[in-house]
Write a protein that binds this ligand. Structure first.
Ligand code: ADP
Ligand code: MG
Length: 333
């Protein structure tokens, strides 16, 4: 589908090279309220522009409750979630799931199809083979990876749209929504804020961010930092858009001078090597989240090619050599 450049009006001024999104300190105008907490194993940060602090506080609490609800439904680490039920019943039976979880899994499989499996939530079948948690880091042998990789294949996820059921065809298979659920949660958070009467907000959970409305009549200022340097390389004004970043510095360890990180290339079973960081701008955060991981695995050439094909999607990639690459809808100052 040819891309409509007019869709990109909101990407006004953009310098960049980077990874992890940082919120710039909000301008010191009255009526900007902030809340930080930890949900879904990540830092949640909300900034809203409102005339009513009590309303903002009430909205923050509603968002936190919703994020906890999503975690209890979608975590692959907690025992009693629906995702754990799907994994525990791999090769046994289909599991009926809530409609929002079905929607997230459906979206994940759609991105798998778009990327020919570079994005694949069944990567989680490799659980235990890779461990990035501090103190437990391990590099698996090539044969171990090869063996377990046989279980990684999104085409073996059977979705029944009428019954809202999910079935993993083979025993030992597992799904993990680490690359998409946070984005969905950020979208829900923004919807909840709007329902509570807050139309101007930033919600950021880890590397996933929704920028909604305006900051005192102006686009919100957003910064992106370099994956290897401390300083901020760019800032730009955004409104009504989602921004997600995937980076090789988020969860990683170094062994024998090799950096091993948490984004796994399903074609090799080893960490993807094409990029240091990928930032994606998209119409919603579930999409930007999934695509940032997907483009990371695809690497700069194929990643930019895919971004170009998708309406309202732009990408900023720092490739393996540290060079910044951008999609054509992004204007560098
Ligand atoms: P973050 O969790 O830091 O926001 P991402 O959104 O890029 O980063 O997601 C990385 C997570 O996605 C990993 O920790 C893992 O849970 C999962 N994952 C790793 N490789 C893949 C892949 N090829 N496809 C889908 N999910 C993946
Ligand atoms: Mg992601």
């Amino acid at each position: 589908m040819p891309k409509n450049r007019k869709d990109n009006w909101f990407f006004t001024a953009l310098l960049i090279a980077g990874l992890f999104l940082i919120l710039l300190p909000a301008r010191s105008s009255a009526g900007v309220f902030k809340k930080k907490s930890v949900v879904m194993g990540t830092d949640l940060e909300m900034i809203v522009s409102s005339t009513d602090e009590a309303k903002a506080d009430k909205a923050f609490a509603s968002v936190e409750n919703e994020m906890k609800r999503i975690e209890d439904e979608m975590s692959e680490w907690k025992e009693k979630t629906f995702v754990s039920a799907i994994n525990n019943n791999a090769g046994i039976r289909a599991v009926s799931v809530p409609s929002d979880l079905f929607k997230v899994i459906w979206a994940a499989v759609t991105v798998s199809k778009l990327t020919d499996g570079a994005f694949d939530i069944t990567w989680a079948s490799m659980r235990g083979v890779w461990d990035f948690s501090p103190g437990h880091e391990r590099v698996p042998s090539a044969s171990e990876v090869k063996e377990r990789l046989k279980l990684v294949d999104y085409r073996d996820i059977v979705l029944d749209e009428k019954k809202n059921t999910v079935f993993l065809k083979r025993k030992g298979m597992a799904i993990g929504l680490g690359a998409i659920a946070k984005g969905y949660a950020v979208d829900r958070a923004t919807q909840i804020l709007a329902k509570e009467g807050i139309r101007d907000s930033i919600v950021k959970a880890g590397g996933d961010m929704r920028v909604q409305g305006l900051d005192n009549g102006k686009p919100w200022e957003i910064g992106i930092k370099h994956p290897r340097k401390k300083e901020l390389l760019a800032k730009f004004g955004l409104t009504n858009v989602s921004v997600s970043t995937s980076g090789d510095y988020e969860r990683f360890f170094i062994k024998d001078n090799v950096l091993y990180h948490h984004i796994i290339d399903p074609r090799t079973g080893f960490p993807a090597r094409g990029a240091m960081s990928v930032t994606v701008l998209a119409p919603d955060t579930m999409t930007s989240d999934a695509l940032s991981t997907a483009l990371f695995v695809l690497g700069p050439d194929k990643g930019l090619e895919l971004a170009n094909k998708l309406n309202g999607v732009e990408a900023i990639i720092v490739d393996a050599s540290g060079k910044m690459r951008i999609s054509p809808g992004i204007t560098l100052k």
